[in-house]
Every structure is written in structure tokens, then in C-alpha cells.
Ligand binder design. Structure first.
Ligand code: B12
Length: 328
């Protein structure tokens, strides 16, 4: 039985549009991540600093690992928030992708184990100290664009990455090769200039990236976000929306195809920004359950919603700010 054939069949049945394999060799990009952290471009993401050593060796994630299976899941769908409602990045519109992809990867491991019983697997979806884009690039899923997203020449970049580390020895795929050429669409479109050169590589400065400001940052004030977040409440898709590889063409019909994943298409209905700006902890808890948008806590949601309301010129529907939310 050929494990590669089995893998392709099972991955396809589970709905993964992309699948590839690489060896668990040392991470060539780790020195770049170190520099990025040293320069402070990780912003408030302390976990990116504290996990540097663990990221050096995939043995830390699965002892005995011999192959890394990388999968990609398309999450693209139209984004058309009603005025006065929150604007979320596309990946957070439906069910939490971490839960969805992890359960699919567990199933993939179980399916493969039936014919290869002595083999061990570990699914990872943002849950382990791995450099997902680099591993997926090595496994052939896509190449690094200037916006740092992994771009697949046929499909574009609207896919999430999951990894299944395994002790099985599987023949690797060739790495993905490609380039943005002279295109600067994402660099020029980013309202905060977050895509910049760092030691010869295009990189994202999380201190100003709208995605990081609305999801990871806990200290910026409402005033600061009014000036920077450009109407986004949670995450940001601008650098992918403008990417030429995400524009469908007759010759490239797979680009920006709507996802087949019903769990992503079943969007939740969010309360209005006015309501969110006054959320209690328990409102937040109910509204974000099972959503990737739960990564931002209630204070961040209230702050982001207030910034959006001010951006829309609506200043006074809210209760007065709570003391901890006042700009000093
Ligand atoms: C931290 C993080 C963020 C941060 C920082 C983003 C960033 N560009 O680093 C913030 C919060 C801003 C963010 C935002 C988003 N993120 Co994010 N994020 C991550 C996370 C946890 C780590 C990324 C990381 O390592 N950053 C460190 C920097 C230094 O990495 P880098 O610039 O890509 O540098 C690499 C290359 O330069 C390369 N490299 C350097 N030298 C060399 C040399 C050689 C030879 C090679 C081969 C490579 C190489 O290696 C470096 C490390 O991998 C990953 C999940 C994971 N565990 O990997 C998801 C991940 C990258 N994010 C993802 C997504 C979807 C997003 C958003 C689109 C969400 C949104 N809509 O708001 C945005 C996109 C913003 C953007 N343009 O990046 C996806 C990307 C999917 C894809 N197709 O690329 C990932 C993989 C999560 C997932 N499981 O799917 N994210």
C-alpha cells in the first residue's frame, strides 16, 4: 500500500484542496523570525518570543517525527457586512478553523493508521511551536508573497494551513517556487504601511498591522485605533484582497473560488457595533463561542467597536467608557 496515494485520497475526501509532504529538516526561516522579534515587529505577541527555542526542532512537537504533511483549506467567501455591523476578516466568519481543521487532521491520522498501524501522528493548527508557512512552502503548497502570505500559483492565498506530523517515512514533494515579480499591490494598499523590508525580506510589522492591532494588541487606545484600523473590527484582509493571484481569470478559475466548507459558510449573525461597544463579559462569551474571533477578549471587542463607530462618524450611542477603557 502506497501511503502517498492513500494520503492524497483521504485528504481530498476531507475537503483539503492542497496537500503535500516535507522532511522535518531545520527551519531555514528561524533566523529571520529571531530578527523580527529582536526588532520588536512581533508587537504584543509575547508567544512568538517565548517559543523561539521550541521552534528550532520538530522533535519538540513529535518525538521521532520523520515527515510533515501540510494541508491547505480554502476559506474564501464574499465579505459584505451591513453598515453598523462588525467587519471581520474572512477566516473568522464561520466556525473556528482551529477546531474544524484539527478534527479533520485527526481523522486523516486515523484513516492512515488503519493501513499503517505502528505510525504516530500529531495534528497542529496554530497549536504547536511550528513555522507553518515555511513547512507548507517546503511541502509544495505555495510560496512566500511580499505580504508574507503563502501563495499558490493556481489558487492564490485564501487558504489556511494545517500540519500533521508523523513518524511515517513519506517521500517528500518538491518545494513550491514562485514570485511576486515587481508587483507592489499589497505594500501600496496597506493603509498603515505594515509590509516592509527587514534584512532583505518583505515582512509584516505587527505593531502597525491592522490584523494584529484588532486581534492581538491589548494596549492601544480607542483614539489610536480610530486612526489606524480603517473600519476593520477583527482581522484584516486588505493585503490579500488586492493580490493579483487572488483575482479569478478565465485561465485561472481556482482563484478566489467560494469555499465548499459549510462550516465556514454558516456565518454567525453579529450584534451591531453599538451593542458590541457595550458588551458585558457574558455577552462576549455567548456571541463568540465556537468562533476564531474569540481570540480577542471583551475589552478588545468593545474598544475595536468604539473605534469603528467613531470612524463612521457615530460618537454618542454608547454608555460612557468604563474607567479602564478611557484614553489617558
Ligand atoms: C504571528 C502570526 C500572525 C501575525 C504576524 C504575521 C506575519 N506576517 O508574521 C499577525 C497577527 C499580524 C497575523 C496576521 C494574519 N495571519 Co497569521 N499567523 C501568525 C503565525 C502564528 C506565525 C507567523 C510567523 O511565524 N511570523 C513570523 C514572521 C517573521 O514570519 P514571516 O514574515 O512569514 O517570515 C518567514 C519567511 O520570511 C521565511 N523565511 C525567511 N528566510 C527564509 C529562508 C528560506 C530559505 C526559506 C525557505 C524561508 C525563509 O521564514 C520565516 C518564518 O516562517 C502563523 C501560524 C504559524 N504557527 O505559523 C499564522 C498564519 C501565518 N496566519 C495566517 C493568516 C490567515 C493570517 C491573516 C490573513 C488573518 C487575517 N485576515 O487577519 C493575517 C495576514 C497578515 C499578513 N500579511 O501576514 C495563516 C496564513 C495562511 C497563508 N496562506 O499564508 C497562518 C499560517 C495560520 C494558519 N494556520 O493558516 N498572523
Amino acid at each position: 500500500m502506497d501511503i502517498r496515494q492513500e494520503l492524497a485520497r483521504f485528504a481530498n475526501e476531507l475537503g483539503f484542496e492542497l496537500v503535500g509532504v516535507c522532511r522535518p529538516e531545520p527551519m531555514a526561516g528561524l533566523s529571520h523570525v529571531r530578527l523580527w522579534v529582536q526588532e520588536g515587529w512581533h508587537g504584543d505577541m509575547a508567544f512568538m518570543e517565548s517559543s523561539l527555542e521550541l521552534r528550532e526542532d520538530l522533535e519538540n512537537v513529535l518525538p521521532g517525527v520523520r515527515s510533515v504533511i501540510a494541508v491547505g483549506l480554502n476559506y474564501y467567501q464574499e465579505l459584505e457586512p451591513e453598515p453598523g455591523t462588525p467587519k471581520l476578516a474572512r477566516y473568522a466568519l464561520g466556525r473556528d478553523y482551529h477546531k474544524l481543521m484539527r478534527s479533520k487532521l485527526r481523522k486523516l491520522g486515523r484513516d492512515l493508521s488503519e493501513n499503517f498501524p505502528s505510525v504516530r501522528f500529531r495534528p497542529c493548527v496554530d497549536s504547536a511551536p511550528t513555522l507553518d508557512r515555511e513547512l507548507a512552502q517546503r511541502a509544495g503548497l505555495g510560496w512566500f508573497g511580499k505580504n508574507t502570505c503563502l501563495i499558490n500559483s493556481q489558487r492564490g492565498s485564501w487558504f489556511l494551513i494545517g500540519l500533521l506530523l508523523t513518524t511515517a517515512d513519506i517521500d517528500p514533494d518538491p518545494p513550491a517556487i514562485g514570485s511576486c515579480g515587481t508587483c507592489r499591490a499589497c505594500i501600496d494598499a496597506c493603509p498603515t504601511g505594515a509590509i516592509k523590508m527587514l534584512n532583505g525580506r518583505w515582512s509584516v510589522d505587527s505593531r502597525v498591522c491592522i490584523s494584529a492591532l484588532t486581534i492581538e494588541n491589548k494596549t492601544a487606545t480607542v483614539d489610536a485605533l480610530v486612526a489606524t484600523t480603517d473600519g476593520w473590527t477583527f482581522g484584516c484582509d486588505i493585503c490579500q484582497e488586492v493580490c493579483p493571484f487572488n483575482q479569478p481569470r478565465e485561465s485561472q478559475p481556482l482563484r478566489a473560488q467560494v469555499t465548499r466548507e459549510q462550516d465556514f459558510l454558516d456565518r454567525r449573525v453579529w450584534p451591531t457595533l453599538v451593542r458590541i461597544a457595550q458588551w458585558t463579559e457574558s455577552d462576549w462569551d455567548t456571541a463568540t463561542e465556537g468562533s476564531a474571533a474569540r481570540r480577542a477578549k471583551v475589552e478588545q471587542w468593545r474598544r475595536n467597536a468604539r473605534a469603528n463607530l467613531r470612524q463612521a462618524g457615530i460618537t454618542e450611542p454608547c454608555e460612557p467608557l468604563l474607567p479602564e477603557e478611557r484614553d489617558s
